[in-house]
Design a binder for this molecule. Structure first.
Ligand SMILES: Nc1nc2c(ncn2[C@@H]2O[C@H](COP(=O)(O)OP(=O)(O)OP(=O)(O)O)[C@@H](O)[C@H]2O)c(=O)[nH]1
Ligand SMILES: [Zn+2]
Length: 309
């Protein structure tokens, strides 16, 4: 539960304490954060102990500690926090202030529809918009591309942007850059679909940026595995999260899971029972819609698989 009243904010005061400045968390290395100050410089910071889970994408207030490092003393209210379950299954933030989750799929490794549904449900539950990107489009002839369009048509109908790209031929990369411009996005998807390749295609100077970051933070070997925010050349930011690209939902509670399925959530108010779980109850409008072809039966199957745990 959120507290009705936030605890009073302790003021940083006294000799030697710098003035509070605004910053953006570029990366989180566990104990240390890389914070970009207003002037674009990057400072290594630690967060006040009471500030739990300061993550990549957070807008923070920080003060210099007098030795070239900083202390994060406040975190601005967030929107679009992507969660993932920790080892005990409790939701923990991965990144904050996200506008879009881009779910990357590809002809190779074999497409896993259930996984796509899980990613989209996670984005919905976190209140973040989502898009589906078919990478490795170079492997698709015209007929195969039409198959993919048909397969993803239900998602386009739900309002998700569907795009094609290839990092090999560079086709679709410009369109992807346009889709990402002006927003903060994160790429997720199963291992091997080409997320690293896409990040490299979108940020041609990636090794230089990683070098700058590790220089500024003095945390060389951590910088390639940490969740990191990069400014995109055309505006907007891309968060690359190598360690957390595959994630499960943190809930199997039917009503909560159903909120993650926009097509099911739209139908649910017509179910006979207000607390219908869409698991075979009489008068279930969701099941009826799947039976008459108004709901993709595979979406209902995905929903039921998540609820089954
Ligand atoms: N044909 C084809 N292969 C690609 C394309 N993009 C990436 N690949 C290949 O797909 C394989 C996996 O690419 P990665 O970028 O490492 O995939 P990833 O999704 O980052 O994988 P993880 O790091 O395991 O999550 C590599 O062998 C790439 O060369 C593409 O557009 N077309
Ligand atoms: Zn129902």
């Amino acid at each position: 539960m959120r507290r009705a009243h936030p605890p009073p904010r302790r003021r940083q005061a006294g000799p030697g304490a710098g003035e509070e400045r605004g910053g953006l968390v570029l990366a989180n290395y566990g104990r240390f954060l890389a914070v970009e100050g207003g002037d674009g410089t990057v400072v290594r910071c630690v967060a006040r102990a009471r500030l739990r889970d300061v993550v990549c994408g957070d807008r923070v207030g920080w003060v210099p500690d007098g030795s070239g490092q900083g202390v994060v003393v406040s975190v601005a209210p967030r929107h679009g926090v992507l969660l993932r379950p920790d080892r005990r299954g409790r939701p923990r933030p991965v990144a904050a202030n996200l506008d879009r989750v881009v779910v990357v799929v590809a002809p190779q490794p074999p497409f896993d529809r259930h996984l796509l549904d899980r990613y989209l449900a996670a984005a919905e539950l976190c209140g973040i918009g989502a898009a589906v990107l078919v990478n490795k489009a170079d492997l698709l002839d015209e007929a195969a591309r039409a198959d993919w369009r048909a397969r993803l048509a239900p998602y386009a109908d739900m309002g998700y942007a569907v795009a094609f790209a290839s990092t090999c031929t560079a086709s679709g990369i410009d369109a992807l850059a346009a889709l990402l411009a002006g927003r903060t996005s994160i790429l997720v998807g199963q291992s091997g679909v080409g997320k690293s390749s896409l990040v490299k295609a979108l940020l041609p100077d990636l090794p230089i940026r990683i070098g700058r970051l590790s220089e500024a933070t003095g945390l060389g070997r951590h910088t390639t595995t940490a969740t990191t925010l990069y400014h995109l050349p055309r505006g907007g930011d891309l968060i690359d999260s190598p360690g957390v690209r595959a994630f499960a939902l943190w809930t199997t509670e039917p009503r909560e899971v159903a909120r993650g399925f926009v097509d099911i959530a739209r139908l649910a108010p017509a179910c006979r029972f207000a607390d219908c779980r869409h698991l075979g109850e009489p008068g279930c409008a969701v099941e009826a819609a799947a039976a008459r072809g108004a709901l993709d039966p595979e979406r209902l199957a995905s929903y039921r698989r998540i609820v089954a745990g």
